[in-house]
Ligand binder design. Structure first.
Ligand code: ATP
Ligand code: MG
Length: 138
């Protein structure tokens, strides 16, 4: 079993796609081990995406991520990190495969509905960032 960290981003929460995205997560075979709604501060978004701080889109990305509530989750499945990135689809919804969440719910390369950790090290950092000191259920 593996755990990954997922976010339903502010665009998808505002568009009331939360329920449908959670349904897709469960239907794909993930166990949700932790889940919380959070309105990130700008500073929290900057810390979370610190790896991108030199990118030109960093100010816009962190403003977007702090623009409204998100849903943060710990997902568990065999090969969860890769499996969740596959279900999300490509970063740019216009390039995402049919049947992926970003294809269905994303609006732009920035407003792309979901986030997922990209490696075991980032999953460990991101799970700890949002669920510090919590024993994940199960
Ligand atoms: P995430 O880390 O959110 O799961 P990702 O790993 O597919 O997405 P990254 O390259 O890590 O993509 O970019 C992080 C986020 O920054 C993207 O999900 C998107 O919201 C935003 N982003 C990425 N590239 C651009 C861009 N060229 N212009 C605007 N925003 C971008
Ligand atoms: Mg990323």
């Amino acid at each position: 079993m593996e755990r990954t960290f997922a976010i339903i981003k502010p665009d998808a929460v505002a568009a009331r796609h939360t329920g449908r995205i959670i349904q897709r997560i469960e239907e794909a075979g993930f166990q949700i081990r932790a889940m919380r709604m959070r309105h990130l501060s700008k500073a929290e978004a900057e810390g979370f995406y610190a790896v991108h701080r030199e990118r030109p889109f960093f100010p816009s990305l962190t403003t977007f991520m702090s623009s409204g509530p998100s849903v943060v989750m710990a997902l568990e499945a065999p090969d969860a990190i890769r499996k969740w990135r596959t279900l999300m689809g490509a970063t740019d919804p216009a390039k995402a495969d049919a049947g992926t969440l970003r294809k269905e719910f994303g609006r732009s390369i920035e407003n792309n509905a979901t986030h997922g950790s990209d490696a075991p090290e980032t999953a460990a950092f991101e799970l700890g960032y949002f669920f510090p000191g919590i024993d994940l259920i199960g």
